[in-house]
Design a protein around this ligand. Structure first.
Ligand code: ADP
Ligand code: MG
Length: 303
């Protein structure tokens, strides 16, 4: 790996939502604070939106690491489920062992579990990531879940997290009832230039780097141009650029390397285009292109 070459202890730009690499700029700090506040104050429904790759799932992991371990929580990251499967996954996540066959049985058992939790002053939390993929049928299911309450207290807290389409979905007239239950809404923005700068330095530092920054000022400008400040794209570009620099023997990287890598990965330099690209990468295209590029470079290096 290129780690020794740059004096790194580990890879700084991995594509995982690892909370040890968490960087909190203004928008991420506010986003996380909204989530924590929503949970602590038992607000009921909380909605977090943001473009692909802006760091929503990363914030969810950070949230989970801050919650009391005794808090029953269910993390549903693939909501393309039918209602019965959804309840099944929910039971699994909550560790409810009772086996149910019908929806009525599930809801009864769930209600019982939630009331037991409340007796111990614990409110269960359900997090649904990629919630823009919820079918209308599943959204109705989620709304029914949010109806579970005692006369004085909510029994369950629901967090919907997804791409901007989620906002559009929730604004539909037929979802008025659900929308009225949303207590907090937050939209996560990409990094601005100053945040991007700090993000890169912070990741390098956490990876054990102690030198002068690897990415020159011109490289950072180019990164902003090609990524629009979207963390996922920043990671893909930086990782590829580090490998390229290693292959060429450059310990400091300028705009030329970033531009070359961006061209190879078919990233455009237009603000609006970036959004599309980040989106298309929800299927991992850019990440895969980067992996192919890395393999090519590696095979050249070891020929
Ligand atoms: N605040 C952050 N601190 C550290 N890394 C981040 C942050 N936000 C995003 N990332 C990085 O960007 C990648 C994409 O973020 P992710 O949370 O998967 O985005 P989303 O869920 O919005 O599509 C993550 O794998 C992570 O490495
Ligand atoms: Mg995500």
């Amino acid at each position: 790996m290129y780690r020794d070459f740059y004096g790194l202890l580990r890879a700084p730009f991995e594509m995982t939502p690892d909370p040890t690499f968490l960087y909190l700029g203004e928008t991420h700090r506010e986003g996380l604070a909204t989530l924590v506040y929503g949970v602590r104050s038992r607000k009921g429904f909380v909605v977090l939106t943001g473009e692909v790759g802006t760091g929503k799932t990363t914030l969810l992991h950070a949230l989970l690491s801050q919650l009391e371990p005794s808090m029953p929580s269910a993390f549903i990251f693939n909501p393309r489920l039918d209602p019965l499967d959804f309840l099944h996954v929910l039971f699994d996540e909550f560790g409810i062992e009772q086996r149910c066959r019908t929806k009525a049985e599930y809801l009864l058992a769930l209600n019982h579990f939630l009331i037991e939790c409340l007796k111990e002053d614990r409110t269960a939390l359900v997090i649904i990531d990629e919630a823009q993929n919820l079918s209308p049928e599943m959204l109705e299911e989620v709304r029914l879940l949010s109806n579970l309450e005692t006369p004085t207290s909510k029994l369950i807290q629901i967090m919907l997290v997804g791409q901007p389409e989620l906002d559009e979905m929730l604004d539909r007239p037929d979802l008025r009832q659900l929308r009225q239950r949303i207590a907090l809404r937050y939209h996560l923005e990409p990094f601005d230039a100053a945040e991007l700068d700090q993000y890169i330095d912070e990741r390098l530092r956490l990876a054990g780097y102690t030198g002068k920054g690897i990415f020159k000022r011109s490289a950072r400008k180019a990164l902003m141009k090609f990524t629009g400040g979207t963390p996922r794209l920043v990671n893909v570009l930086c990782d590829s650029a580090l490998l390229t620099g290693y292959a060429r023997g450059f310990q400091m990287l300028g705009a030329d390397v970033i531009e070359e890598v961006a061209r190879d990965l078919h990233l455009s330099a237009e603000g609006a285009g970036n959004r599309q690209l980040a989106r298309s990468d929800s299927t991992g295209q850019t990440t895969q292109a980067a992996a192919r590029r890395s393999r090519r470079l590696w095979s050249k290096l070891f020929r």
